[in-house]
Design a protein around this ligand. Sequence first.
Ligand SMILES: Nc1ncnc2c1ncn2[C@@H]1O[C@H](COP(=O)(O)OP(=O)(O)OP(=O)(O)O)[C@@H](O)[C@H]1O
Ligand SMILES: CC(C)(CO)[C@@H](O)C(=O)[O-]
Ligand code: BAL
Length: 286
Amino acid sequence: MEIIHTISALKTVLTPLQKAKSKIALVPTMGALHKGHLSLIKLAQQQADIVVCSIFVNPTQFTDPKDLEKYPRPLEHDIKMLSDAGCNLVFMPSVKEMYPSFPKPENWHIDLGKAEFLLEGEFRKGHYQGVTQIVKKLFDAVNPDIAFFGQKDFQQVLMIKNMVKHFNMPVEIISCPIIREEDGLAMSSRNIHLSETDRKNALVLSKALQYVKDNFDLLNLAQLLENAKGMINETNGVELDYFTIADGETLLPIENKTAKYPVALVAAKVGETRLIDNMLLGTNSA
Ligand SMILES: Nc1ncnc2c1ncn2[C@@H]1O[C@H](COP(=O)(O)OP(=O)(O)OP(=O)(O)O)[C@@H](O)[C@H]1O
Ligand SMILES: CC(C)(CO)[C@@H](O)C(=O)[O-]
Ligand code: BAL
């Protein structure tokens, strides 16, 4: 497995492979890898000849400086995991490599549609401008045919698809299923910050989502929301940011259950750690 730190070195390695028509997959990450990330690598391996994983804690998508500062960075552990998984290439650039004028902000603003400002966009203002800015830079650096993202960051996948449409980029975007701990908690790099009590309390998020999924055909939307929010609000140490049953394309709350692509989404602070999760509802969902 090759570890590369600069865009020019990346191009030197990838260009001949691209000329030889190898299919290149990119799995963008911020590191602190877990089985959720590995599932993306595995899916990428099934669909491409070469899998590139990027590890970069992107400063422009953080709205809380403390969150950026304490973001876990276990690099040796990450490299071992990727090497064991058979990843071909790791791209680990510095902040200066990706943002040469850092800390002076670069000019970046694109229209991501109204959904940019909902849910995560409301609680982390400017977050998706930062996410799409770095993903565009990573796509330009790697030139992948296909890129893999987790459904755990449901809104992020939508925003990246909108960014790709905006620039008319020839990259296929794949949304991959959420990998959970045995008890249902969605795997996340930030779970490492949870105390033992937080870890128990955090379970209410996946339980509330599962409750809505299990009862979607039985109760009306108002009852589902009231009960799910009630479960979370009753849990000490968990502070709800939002719980919504939304249309998966607009992220607006659905008004009836005939919606084509319903999804329940939640974000909450568990102790000091903010977590998100979601579950597809309706008959076609996993
Ligand atoms: N449990 C999971 N199952 C599947 N994909 C996941 C999971 N957790 C993260 N991913 C995906 O991995 C990619 C990299 O995510 P990232 O490095 O931010 O990890 P993370 O666990 O989401 O961390 P955090 O939530 O603390 O930011 C993203 O596309 C993300 O959606
Ligand atoms: C897509 C991403 C790597 C961009 O920094 C990040 O938002 C993430 O890890 O989900
Ligand atoms: N996986 C989402 C990246 C973030 O929380 O900034």
